[in-house]
Design a protein around this ligand. Structure first.
Ligand SMILES: [Zn+2]
Length: 182
C-alpha cells in the first residue's frame, strides 16, 4: 500500500511521517524500514522541527528507483521516502509497482506545489491514483490563517531550491497579495 503526506512548507509533514514510522515500528509484526532522501537535499537523515527522533536515510537519485525491488519472502518492508518533490518518474513508476503490494508499505512525503504554486515533483500524479493522502496546513506568516501555499520572499527565479531560508507559509489571499506587490 501507499500513503502520501503533503502540504506547504512548515506544515509538519516530516513530523507526521516520522509519527507513522513509529506507529509501524511499535506493531508486534516485524517490519524492515528502508528510508530514502533525494541526494539533492544534501542530508542522510529524515528529521522534523518538533524534535522527534530522526530516521537515518539513504541519499538517492530518481533513477535509482527504477531498479529498486524488495523480494525477500515473509518479510514486510516499510519504505519511507522524504522530500519527494526532488524526485520524478522513477519514484512514480516504483510507486505504481507497489500500489497493491502486501509486503511493501510505501510512505511518501513532500511538497506538491512550488512557491509559484505550480506542480512540483511526482506527488500530484501519485495522489491522483487514489492512494490515502494526508494534506497538512501551516499557519499563515501574515494573517495567522490556514496556510496552503509556500511563499518565496527572495527574487524570482529558480524553482527548485533546497533549504527553508527565504520561504514562508501563506494562505492563498496573502500569497496572492505578496506576489502582486513583489
Ligand atoms: Zn494569510
Amino acid at each position: 500500500m501507499v500513503r502520501v503526506t503533503t502540504g506547504c512548507m512548515w506544515s509538519g509533514k516530516s513530523a507526521a511521517l516520522l509519527a507513522v514510522v513509529r506507529y509501524y515500528l511499535s506493531s508486534p509484526q516485524p517490519i524492515r524500514v528502508e528510508a530514502y532522501v533525494p541526494s539533492t537535499a544534501g542530508v542522510a537523515v529524515i528529521r522534523s522541527r518538533d524534535g522527534s527522533p530522526s530516521l537515518p536515510a539513504k541519499p538517492v537519485e530518481d533513477k535509482d528507483f527504477h531498479d529498486l525491488s524488495f523480494r525477500e519472502d515473509h518479510l514486510k518492508y516499510l519504505v519511507v521516502v522524504s522530500e519527494c518533490q526532488f524526485l520524478g518518474p522513477g519514484l512514480a513508476s516504483f510507486t505504481a509497482r507497489h500500489m497493491r503490494s502486501h509486503d511493501v508499505c510505501l510512505l511518501l512525503e513532500g511538497l506538491s506545489y512550488d512557491s509559484d504554486h505550480q506542480p512540483f515533483g511526482p506527488l500530484l500524479e501519485i495522489t491522483s491514483w487514489g492512494c490515502p493522502t494526508t494534506t497538512l496546513y501551516a499557519c499563515c506568516a501574515v494573517c495567522r490563517g490556514r496556510a496552503t501555499h509556500t511563499y518565496h520572499r527572495g527574487p524570482k527565479g529558480a524553482q527548485v531550491q533546497v533549504g527553508d531560508s527565504g520561504y514562508e507559509p501563506r494562505c492563498e489571499p496573502c500569497w496572492l497579495m505578496g506576489r502582486q506587490w513583489a
